[in-house]
Design a protein. Sequence first.
Length: 355
Amino acid sequence: MNPYWSALVRDLRPYVPGEQPKLSNLVKLNTNENPYPPSPKVLEAIRAELGASLRLYPDPNAETLKRAIAQYQGIGTDQVFVGNGSDEVLAHAFQALLKHPLPILFPDITYSFYPVYCGLYDIAYTCVPLTDSYEIRVEDYMRPNGGIVFPNPNAPTGRLLPLADIETLLGRNRDSVVIVDEAYIDFGGDSAAALVNQFPNLLVIQTLSKSRSLAGLRVGFAFGHEGLIEALERVKGSFNSYPLDRLAIAGGVAAFEDRDHFEWSRQAIMWTRQWVAQALADLGFEVLPSAANFVFARHPSHDAGELAAALRERHIIVRHFRLPRIDQFLRVTIGTEEECQILLDALSELVAGKA
Ligand code: PMP
């Protein structure tokens, strides 16, 4: 290939998604999916849609879904944007809202897609280190910037930034767009969605992938001031005039209607998380406090890479990041009680030598 083009391709640094193994007999605790099925009402709605109208284009404004989300959040429909998973919503938000002469700020460590978007859209960024206890400190974000983005709870640490701190951050950065990526907020955090009418510079992004068990349906959404939402619509509309397919719209609406299923599943995960965190601590792991559907933990005398490899031999897949500062941590998705028991039995064998 012409060297100019090969250099262009080389500089396009892709995001590497978590592994989706083809084997089915695995305890899969590596990509933070929900271990429970989605609401039966979602499946019913998708089946009905399948039978009725797949030959027709979907609504280019996804009105029914936007209305369901707006009602759920108590905001206006024109304050809601929808896309194919929050990854796509984030991509459009970076492109529409974070181009600025000053670098944007995001934490180091955080979701590894952010630098990929910056590379793709030519956005300068500065990484702001977490504290020694892996927390975001809002005082570190009180400097001139072209925008701020962070997950809350953070990934892959699981640590939560309290809403009061987010309010302080927003108040001190009124000229910057602040994006709060709430992929995991339903597992014990307070959503910043409550602040969107107070701060026109705030964009909150959420997903149906985690707490609603719909990672395969690809539905993400954002709330914010009408002006920010309009910017996202303009970018998205120039890629594809249909924001979501018919099945995603129908399933998404039903997901918001079934509050009981949602409550049950998130409570089950939070309960299991507490149990797993305590059991890991009993095995000698240091476990960071988590408000997400995963825990981030390290053992003082066992290499995380070796533990992950030994678990894999036992058909248990967890995540291990070979990155400075967190190289010794494992990130373990909270599965069903049964899956977590299999993991804990294996770890107790590996760490404590118990058969
Ligand atoms: N944000 C964070 C922090 C995540 O961990 C993920 C999941 N990988 C996403 C966004 C994207 O989720 P989805 O595209 O499935 O909505």
